[in-house]
Design a protein around this ligand. Structure first.
Ligand code: TXA
Ligand code: MG
Length: 339
């Protein structure tokens, strides 16, 4: 609605426009290799506050700080030995490191949600790094309303955020399609959120990882909330083709016929390729929402490679929602994932 004027291609003067908007305190949606991010200057407390407002995000959920290079990351957080090794191995790329925050980092405290740690990422997209080199570090959560499906296209960003975003840079469909891997390096390294880079690849660099996402203490991760990445429709997981009901939508992996109407069927990857399935996941959920189905049956997803991240997002999308238990508010449901 009225957003098409704000969508610009990733062309010549795009960097200049985005820099101008960001330094004036604006919010700019930028393509990354994982999903679209909603960016603001990390040092500007008003701009950071606008991000929380635009997403409807609870203030206790910290944001990822995006940097142009490892030196910028080191000025903000203490990477430590494991963090340095992981940064050297995977940056730029789809890996976020949660590090101990330096007090003099010049990042608005709200970005870290009042915590002692800060999440750092160096995105692969040269466009975003060019922008950051001129604006300084950018906070950039996924460009969706809090708790909803992430955006993997400029159009999806406009759909999600409407007038709350000042400029949307169109970089085409997101090449990976699911959010990045988050690794906590403040102590023994552990994976907080599975993503494009698998556990085995990380262990090849830092050795065996501590046990995963059952984060105790003050550490909070929005991606670990029980209900997240959710479309409007309800999800039924691990449904084989024969058990799909008439009237349901079907998010299919691999090829088979089901009771779902063809217009309510999204094939994530007809050939059973998990990377392709990751790229089509969020667009598929959005499409089935638009088709108006009440329930989406989802094929079993093999738990290997990026399939682990896909299954993680689907499990959270299928989790009980705030409105299921507590029509009056959302706060109580922000409890950490238990299972
Ligand atoms: O691929 C992505 O991760 C995208 C792109 C735009 O970077 N960003 C994204 O941001 O999905 P968001 O805000 O939707 O999710 C932030 C994730 C959380 O799930 C959480 O695991 C982690 O980042 N996070 C941020 N700050 C943290 C902190 N201080 N401690 C622990 N986890 C943190
Ligand atoms: Mg998100």
């Amino acid at each position: 609605m009225g957003n098409s004027g704000r969508i610009v291609d990733a062309g010549e003067d795009t960097v200049a426009r985005a820099v101008e908007c960001l330094t004036a305190g604006g919010l700019v949606a930028l393509p990354t290799e994982t999903v679209y991010g909603l960016a603001a200057v990390a040092a500007n407390p008003d701009a950071v506050a606008r991000i929380f407002a635009a997403k409807g995000r609870p203030s206790h959920n910290p944001l990822i700080v995006h940097v142009a290079d490892a030196a910028m990351a080191r000025r903000i957080g203490m990477l430590g030995e494991a963090g340095e090794a992981l940064a050297a191995a995977f940056w730029p790329g789809p890996l976020t490191l949660v590090a101990t925050w330096r007090e003099d980092a010049g990042v608005a405290p709200a970005a870290a949600a009042g915590g002692l740690t800060v999440a750092l990422r160096m995105p692969a997209a040269p466009l975003m790094r060019d922008i950051i080199a001129r604006t300084g570090p950018l906070v950039a959560p996924s460009a969706n309303r809090s708790g909803r499906v992430s955006a993997t296209s400029a159009k999806a960003v406009a759909e999600e955020l409407g007038d709350a975003v000042d400029l949307i840079v169109d970089g085409g469909p997101s090449p990976i399609g699911v959010e990045l891997t988050v690794v906590d390096v403040t102590g023994a390294p552990r994976v907080l959120r599975p993503g494009a880079i698998g556990r085995a690849e990380i262990e090849a660099v830092v050795g065996p990882l501590a046990d995963g996402a059952a984060a105790e203490g003050p550490l909070r991760s929005p991606g670990l909330l029980a209900s997240h990445y959710a479309p409007r429709a309800r999800l039924r997981l691990d449904v084989v083709a024969a058990d799909v009901r008439a009237g349901e939508g079907w998010l299919a992996f691999g090829e088979a016929d089901s009771a779902a109407a063809e217009e309510h069927t999204v094939r994530l990857s007809p050939s059973g390729n998990l990377d392709e399935a990751a790229r089509s996941l969020y667009a598929g959920l959005r499409l089935l929402d638009r088709a108006g189905v009440g329930t989406i049956a989802v094929s079993p997803i093999p738990a290997e490679g990026i399939g682990i991240a896909i299954a993680d997002r689907l499990r959270r999308a299928a989790a009980p929602r705030p409105e299921d238990s507590d029509p009056g508010g959302t706060d109580r449901t922000e409890a950490k994932e238990t299972g």
